[in-house]
Design a protein around this ligand. Structure first.
Ligand code: NAD
Length: 451
């Protein structure tokens, strides 16, 4: 019943011109422009460059789901394996009403560079379903998640492509996905999905990994610019897995988190917010909005209700977009007053905003470095699943810290050496590793005219 369309090379040479015109304003075209920028600073074989401009394989599926009221609804799902030269594809699955193939492809592209940058033995992939999960019951969500795995089972696997959580997916959903894949394959396949519940082979520290990794990157870079990082003020857009846990880590370390927001709006106070209380309310009520009028939090600090647009324009030291892509664009970049931006979300800054932010002297630390803690602990989970030997939270966090800090320093020294911004340096670092692997593989389908 499930319909699939596979294209193993998205752009054939004949189609290239019309396709690239078509995708001119797409997220993927925008994402690719960062690759082109980095290529100016690196010597790499033309073959490797050409390979990296195109996703290896894209899969579109229709997922029929029996709804609680007895009706049948069909959802659109995607999985893109961008490149698997350095190892199996790796990347999350997003459930969101705005998911498109273009978005999934862009996210898979970023995963490719992220995994190379962190020197993980993975390529880049991503998946998604066009759905508003908040409108589904838990049973419908489970049927949808299992239906998605039914549809993409031949496209993924512990040595092929390994999904993980992303926006509006979580450990419970990863557990269903692992279970469904194991049912299809008739063997327990823990390593097919990461970000699972601990009881099903998840790793300690995976749930907090993206935030913890970002915390290490901030800790490794901020002292290069300011004497006392803990005096800095922080605004965070997006109060989900990544944003809310990072807010709490920063709060506990002594940073002053003055504003946070979710999809419904935000709150701000120059004196700093009590983040643990806000997290508690958010977990209970599912919305920061509930915080507005709850007595206890209101009495802890006075706060102002602000919009997401206002949050991005606050006069703070550090701005952390941790929600969705394209939040800072050519239209609002001029309003940004922060001195530093750490991209915890994937692609929160459109490329057209880069020169505007640079002109204003704002230091931008890119997604492929800052949010790489999530995939790094996903790698640790995969390793633990394969070994059947599980690590403590301290071991996970220690290994994560070593990796995040080492690669942050490498990116930083490339930026200094080439006199480029940190984003370009991050791409150069990933490209060096990818180019080496692509060239080492050679050209399998090479025919010489023996005439
Ligand atoms: P999540 O679903 O846990 O949280 C998303 C948050 O963003 C929610 O608080 C939601 O209300 C908020 N939000 C949605 N639309 C918004 C809008 N228009 N304005 C402001 N807030 C909005 O998702 P997450 O896992 O925290 O992911 C957030 C970002 O981090 C995404 O870009 C994701 O790709 C990236 N990321 C996540 C991980 C991970 O391990 N979870 C890893 C790497 C990168």
């Amino acid at each position: 019943m499930t319909q699939t369309t596979v294209s193993t090379s998205l752009f054939s040479p004949q189609l290239k011109e019309s396709q690239s015109t078509q995708t001119k304003h797409s997220l993927f075209a925008d994402a690719s422009s960062r690759l082109e920028q980095a290529l100016k600073h690196i010597s790499m074989s033309e073959d490797a460059i050409e390979r990296l401009r195109h996703p290896k394989a894209s899969l579109t599926v229709s997922i029929p789901v029996r709804m609680d009221n007895g009706s049948l609804q069909v959802f659109q799902g995607y999985r893109v394996r961008y490149d698997d030269t350095r190892g199996p594809g790796k990347g999350g699955v997003r459930y969101h009403p705005n998911v498109t193939l273009d978005e999934v492809q862009s996210l898979a592209f970023w995963m490719t560079f992220k995994c190379a940058l962190l020197d993980l033995p993975f390529g880049g992939a991503k998946g998604g379903i066009t759905v508003n999960p908040k409108e589904l019951s838990k049973a419908e969500l489970e049927r949808l998640s299992r239906g998605y795995i039914d549809a993409i089972a031949d496209f993924i696997g512990p040595d092929v492509d390994i999904p993980a959580p992303d926006v509006y997916t979580n450990a419970t959903i990863m557990g269903w996905m692992m279970d469904q894949y194991s049912i299809i394959k008739r063997q327990l396949s823990r390593g097919v999905v990461t970000g699972k519940p601990l009881t099903l082979g998840g790793s300690e520290g995976r749930n907090t990994a993206t935030a913890t990794g970002a915390f290490y990157v901030i800790g490794a870079t901020l002292p290069k610019f300011v004497k006392n990082p803990y005096n800095t003020t922080v605004a965070i857009q997006g109060f989900g897995n990544a944003g809310s846990i990072l807010a709490e880590l920063l709060f506990k370390a002594g940073y002053k988190v003055v504003a946070v927001s979710d999809s419904q709006g935000g709150i701000y106070t120059p004196q700093g917010l009590d983040i643990p209380s806000i997290r508690e309310y958010k977990n209970r009520s599912r919305s920061i909005k509930a915080v507005y009028c709850e007595d206890t939090v209101c009495s802890i600090v006075e706060h102002q209700v602000i919009s997401n647009a206002e949050l991005l324009a606050l006069d703070v030291d550090i701005l952390i977009p941790a929600a969705l892509e394209n939040q800072i664009t050519a239209d609002n970049a001029k309003d940004v007053k922060a001195k530093f931006i750490f991209e915890v979300a994937n692609g929160p800054i459109a490329s057209a905003a880069d020169p505007i932010l640079a002109e204003k002297g704002i230091h931008v630390f890119p997604d492929i470095l800052v949010n790489a803690g999530g995939v790094t602990v996903s790698y640790f989970e995969w390793v633990q699943n394969r070994n059947g030997w599980y690590w403590t939270l301290e071991e996970v966090n220690q290994r994560l810290k070593v990796k995040m800090e080492a690669e942050t320093e490498r990116v930083w020294s490339i930026a200094q050496k080439l006199s480029v911004d940190v984003r370009t340096a991050a791409y150069v670092h990933g490209l060096n590793r990818l180019g080496e692997a692509l060239d080492a593989k050679g050209t399998r389908n090479y025919y010489i005219d023996l005439g």
